[in-house]
Every structure is written in C-alpha cells, then in structure tokens.
Design a protein around this ligand. Structure first.
Ligand code: HEM
Length: 457
C-alpha cells in the first residue's frame, strides 16, 4: 500500500508531517481495523510510530498510540480537540446533547451540575438501591451447560438500570420495550449504512431515540415532584452552589446518554472478568474465599459501600479485565484548529482517535501484555504507574468517565454475589471469539458451565 502524508506542515514550523497508508479514500482500512485492531495497531506503530493516519469510517483519521499521545489529546491544553463533532458522527442522532457530546464551557457547566448526582451520599444510595435487584436477578439464573454469561449479565444490568437509574416500576413488557430501544440506539452508532433505511440499524436507532424521549418526558414531572434515590431524580434535583440546574430537556438527554454509557461498559467488564475467572479457576477460588471471608466478618451476604476497599482481589481482577478489554475501545476527537501533537502537524478538520483497547496491549508499557496477571496491579508492582495514561479505560481530562466509581460499585456488588452462589468453568482449550467491530463483546455470548454452590459454606 502507498505511503502518503496527511498535510504538509506550515513552513518554518519545524513540525513533522503525519505519515500513513491511508488506503482507498473514505473506506481505507476500516474493515481490517475493526476486525483485527491489535494486529493493525501494532503494524502501524512499528512502521510509523505513535502518530499515523488513514481513512476510517469515511473520515481522515489520525490514530495516536501510547500514553504520551493519549495524555496530550485527552488533557487538551490548547482546546484543539472537540468531543461533540467527533462523537456526533457515530452516535449524535441517538445520544443528542448527552454530556460527552458537549464541549468546553458548555460541557463544564453541565458537568458541574451532573457531578452532584455522583457525590458520595448519592453513590451510597445507588448501591443500596441495586442490592435487592442483584439478588433477585442472580437467584433466577438457571445453572447448567451453555449458560451464556454475556446475555445474562446484559439482562441483569438492564434490569438494575430500571431500579437505580430510572426508579420507575416497569412491567416486563414495558421493560423489554425500553431495553429494546436502548439496544437499538447503541447498535445504530456502528451502522455501516449511515442514513435511515427502514429495517436497518440507523433507522431503528432513530425510532429508538423517539421511544426513549417520550418515556423519560412522561415520567419527568413525577420525578421533579417526588424525588428519590435514583439517578433520574438526582439529575432532576442536581444544583450547583451558585444555583444552576438542568432543564427538563437536559435531564432527558442526560438520562438517555447515561444509561447508554453505563450499560454496555459494565456488562463488558463483568463478562471479561467472568471469562478470565473461568480460564483461571485459581483466581476464581481466591476471589470466592475473599468474598466469603467478608460474609463471615460482617455476618451478611450483601456488599456495602464501606466494604468496597476490602475486596482487593476483585479490584485487581477488574483492573486487569479493563486493561485486557477496554469497553470503550477508541476515543474520537475532532481537531477544531490546526495543532501540534508530539511534534506532528495536525490540520483542523481531522479526526483523532485515542485507542485504549490497543494501548493497553503495548509491550512498551506492559510486560507480557497478553497475559492475564491481576497482580500487576498489586501495591508492590503497580505496572499501571509506568505512565498516568498507560491504563486509561475511563479516559482522562475534562471528559473522564463520571461514572467510574459507580461502575466499580456495580461490578463488585454483582461479582461478590455471583461468587457466593455459583462456580463457573469453560473447557481448557476454549478461547472466546471477541467481536471488536462495535463495543467489544463475545460473539458466542460466552457459554460456560454454571454450577450452583453447596449451601454449606
Ligand atoms: C466499566 C465501566 C465504564 C467504562 C469503561 C467507561 C468508560 C468511559 C470513557 C472512556 C469515557 C470518556 C469518553 C471520552 O473521553 O470520549 C466515559 C465517559 C462517561 N461515562 Fe463512563 N464508563 C463506564 C461506566 C460508566 C457508568 C456506570 C456511568 C454512569 C453511571 C458512566 C457515565 C459516563 C458519562 C456521563 C461520561 C461522559 C462524561 C463527560 O463527557 O464529561 N460511565 N466513560
């Protein structure tokens, strides 16, 4: 394939041009990048270094690899990189005015208000609110062969979202309708055909957005009036010290976005943890012992907010799962003014992508990157400390995930309960087929053998 430069740097600037093998205009290497992201990232890094360009999903895209480049883009000192126009290209029509799609002053304004919905007292309340749903959901699992972890966890996190996010009682049919709309809205983001053709992803996504807007708008007056311990109520009530609040439209937009942001990401994290714990039963037993020790110590099976720091094994496994499979594989930005990145010239109008998925596998930063080794996060090793952005599954800078503590709470609460109820395994040679064409997920749903534990423990 032919090598070419993205744009000549301004004369006398001393900057280097970005080189790459862009491929056929518009299409470029899109299919290869989506199907074999690790292989392509490695090849490009070895050929061109951390900054290279190519056509990706119809856009001139600069991919920046490694933590130094990630930091420069995400910290965004010159305000040269914008979220809105970059993310909108993928999810704009479905997640219109979600906080991640806002930029600069406006983003900061919304973020300050939203922060009130993620403070400690709120988090405590969310954690309490999700506990009964976790127990109910897990008790309904049916042990046996071919239990598909991904599908069951996805259902569980959707059901929990109804309790903790919406705080609205839904009958099964209504819950399925809303859940279905979410799934369609999320899938639409990676449609190949990016205009509405009835029956195809984009069209379904647009329809789903209307369902969700109508749903939240209908419940909003009661939430404003009655409050509650859920995120919906928290967004209705959130107010900064200087009295700024969200409008009704803001609340609807942020609810739709937050549900999306929370749902697949947590599902992928739990599924990845389940996969590695099935492949490494010694780790599964270690975590189970840790969970039962906590039960013995406190005389209760549920996890509480103040217990979170005690589950150090789960914490390390969660971090390692987020390293091995970053649920948000790539963070796109649009360059809004000519800028410089690691000495390269990047012209306005370019899309820049920071890829946590492949960055987390760079041998330059992670010894034996393909190995499942949760101890790399143990206090005496802390391999993630090699660089502030070496481990960045939650992004960084102004848009750093606002729900990261929420995610930790939910993942730990669920796994703590699963470990007390079930043991799961996969055949020794099983390797999961990871689909990376959208957010990463196992193509086969991760079928395991699920056994119920003896009650006697
Ligand atoms: C393991 C689970 C999760 C992962 C890996 C994750 C990852 C991320 C990443 C990488 C970003 C930054 C995107 C960017 O810079 O372009 C982000 C933003 C965000 N996340 Fe999460 N997330 C997770 C769970 C959650 C949960 C549970 C919630 C809500 C309860 C949430 C809400 C958000 C919101 C609102 C933003 C946008 C923040 C902003 O733009 O200011 N996330 N997340």
């Amino acid at each position: 394939m032919a090598t070419s430069i993205l744009a000549p740097p301004p004369e006398g600037s001393g900057l280097k041009p970005v080189r790459g093998e862009p491929g056929i205009p518009l299409i470029g290497n899109t299919f290869q990048v989506m199907r074999q992201p690790f292989k392509v990232a490695r090849q490009r890094y070895e050929q061109f270094g951390p900054v290279t360009w190519g056509w990706l999903l119809g856009q001139r895209t600069v991919t920046v690899q490694g933590p130094e480049a990630a930091e420069a883009v995400l910290v965004n000192r010159d305000k040269a990189f914008a979220n809105g126009p970059a993310w909108s290209y993928f999810i704009g029509p479905f997640f219109y005015r979600g906080i991640m799609l806002l930029d600069f002053e406006e983003h900061l304004h919304h973020r300050r208000i939203m922060q009130q919905a993620f403070n400690k007292p709120r988090l405590r309340a969310y954690m309490e609110a999700m506990a009964p749903g976790i127990e109910r959901g897990l008790d309904a699992w049916e042990p046996g062969l071919g239990f598909t972890v991904y599908d069951h966890v996805k259902q569980l996190t959707l059901d929990l979202a109804a309790d903790v996010f919406m705080g609205v009682e839904l009958d099964r049919a209504e819950a399925d309708r809303i859940n279905g709309a979410f799934i369609d809205a999320v899938r639409a983001g990676t449609a190949y055909v990016r205009f509405p053709v009835p029956g195809l992803r984009w069209h379904k996504g647009m329809k789903a957005r209307r369902v969700l807007e109508a749903f939240f708008a209908a419940h909003l007056p009661a939430k404003r009036r009655d409050g509650g311990d859920d995120l919906f109520a928290a967004l209705c009530q959130a107010e900064t010290d200087d009295g700024h609040r969200f409008t009704d439209e803001d609340v609807v937009n942020h609810m739709i976005f937050a549900l999306m942001a929370a749902h697949d990401t947590t599902t992928i994290t739990l599924t990845t943890m389940a996969y590695y714990l099935a492949k490494y039963p010694e780790w599964q037993e270690r975590l189970r012992d840790e969970s039962f020790a906590l039960v013995d110590e406190h005389g209760r099976t549920g996890l509480e907010f103040d217990d979170l720091d005690e589950l150090t094994g789960i914490d390390m496994v969660m971090k390692e799962a987020l390293r091995l499979v970053a649920p948000v594989p790539a963070l796109p930005r649009k360059v809004v003014k000519d800028t410089e990145l690691l000495g390269f010239h990047i012209p306005a109008g370019t899309t820049v992508v920071v890829p946590p998925l492949t960055n987390h596998h760079m041998p330059e930063w992670w010894p034996e990157p393909e190995r499942f080794d949760p101890e790399r996060f143990a206090p005496e090793r802390r391999e993630d400390k090699a660089h502030k952005y070496a481990w960045a599954p939650f992004g960084g800078g102004a848009h750093k995930c606002i729900g990261l503590h929420f995610a930790g709470m939910q993942v730990k609460s669920v796994l703590h309960q699963v470990l007390q109820r079930y043991r799961w395994s996969v055949p020794a040679r099983y390797q999961w087929p990871l689909d990376t064409t959208s957010l990463p997920s196992p193509k086969d749903g991760l079928p395991v053998r699920l056994d119920r534990l003896e009650k006697s423990r």
